[in-house]
Design a protein around this ligand. Structure first.
Ligand code: ACO
Length: 320
């Protein structure tokens, strides 16, 4: 038994914010952002929410897969920016699409979240508990940015990506995942203030903070080694792979991974020029763009890799 992606969908907010737009509200420039990151614009929410984008992405993925709400056994949303602490975004999706039979819950593995959701679904399928799942990465990162910190806020965007996965004869060939909590504070965001009257809140509310160079070092070493691990496990080499769909953090990270694996950058499709970094949503949005452009053909071998906050990472090689 393997886990196969049978449909994809995504949803971005309507509002486009270019680097030039940002340069009107903070001391930055298109030249600084695009040359260091590859990002030219991102979409930010106005009316949309994490749940509304997730619901739309789910409907598109289900339509693409040709499944109905009754077919869905499991809904997992990877997010660090759900609209509510409870109900979870996945429960909101369940209600909106009428997947009454489904079990629904959210997970937090930051930018690796979609990869972790894929592995959880795979484990459920292998144990025979469920057969069909809707898995998503969805974020409204604009809500948790410090818009006075130009070194961080320019990197991120909002959006949701979804995939329908099903137990099948082919699909996921190998998987690697890991966590390094000891380095967690290199990419951090405080939750809501503690409302317990016995606890003092000495600090003001803090939003996302990042040690960019530490994150860079982590990504360019961990991602190639994780990808090599899944290829070894699957008995494949980089030459066997048609596409490497990586978390869209930064073009320099992607270029460095390509170089370290000795693979042409042409095999690394990107969405970060128009999406920015959407954490858990990056991989499924990129996958949906590739799918809708007709890049993905049955039998192709694709590597997926997510990495980021926690710190966490997860890579997979799959047959499309
Ligand atoms: N516009 C203009 N100038 C800026 C901006 C900006 N938006 N942001 C920072 N600067 C300035 C700084 O103030 C600093 O100025 P100074 O030299 O006068 O002090 C200068 O640019 C260099 O700042 P650094 O933070 O050292 O910039 P660096 O060259 O490290 O680039 C970057 C920052 C692009 C974030 C880089 O560290 C990087 O690529 N990191 C990888 C981490 C990453 O991509 N994280 C994404 C989220 S995590 C994830 O998804 C895995």
């Amino acid at each position: 038994m393997r886990t196969r992606i049978i449909g994809t969908g995504s949803c971005l907010p309507e509002t486009v914010v270019t680097n030039d737009d940002l340069s009107k509200i903070m001391d930055t420039s298109d030249e600084w952002i695009s040359s260091r990151t590859g990002i030219r614009e991102r979409r930010l929410v106005k009316e949309e929410t994490t749940a509304s984008m997730s619901i739309e992405a789910s409907k598109r993925a289900m339509e693409n897969a040709g499944v109905s709400a009754e077919d869905i056994d499991l809904i997992i949303v990877a997010t660090i920016t759900g609209d509510h602490v409870t109900p979870s975004t996945s429960c909101e999706i369940q209600a909106a699409i009428g997947a009454d039979r489904a079990v629904a819950f959210d997970i937090n593995a930051a930018c690796s979240g979609f990869m972790f959701a894929l592995h959880i679904a795979d484990a459920y399928f292998k144990s025979g508990i469920y057969k069909t799942a809707l898995i998503l990465g969805a974020e409204t990162l604009s809500r948790i940015m410090d818009w006075n910190d130009r070194s961080t806020c320019v990197l991120f965007g909002d959006g949701a990506g979804a995939a329908v996965v099903r137990a099948d004869d082919t699909g996921l060939l190998a998987y690697d995942q890991g966590s390094d909590g000891a380095k967690g504070m290199v990419l951090a965001c405080q939750n809501r203030k503690n409302n317990n009257p016995l606890v003092k809140n000495p600090m003001d509310m803090e939003y996302t903070s990042m040690d960019g160079q530490e994150v860079y070092k982590f990504a360019v070493t961990k991602v190639p080694s994780s990808i090599k691990k899944v290829l070894d496990e699957a008995g494949l080499t980089v030459e066997d792979i048609d596409y490497f769909a990586l978390h869209q953090a930064n073009i320099r990270i992607i270029q460095s991974v390509a170089k370290r694996l000795k693979v042409s950058e042409d095999k690394f499709p990107t969405s970060l020029d128009h999406c920015g970094n959407i954490s858990a949503a990056s991989v499924p949005i990129l996958l949906d763009e590739m799918n809708r452009k007709g890049l993905l053909k049955p039998g192709m071998k694709i590597v997926l890799s997510g990495f980021g906050g926690g710190l966490t990472w997860g890579s997979a090689v799959l047959e499309w």
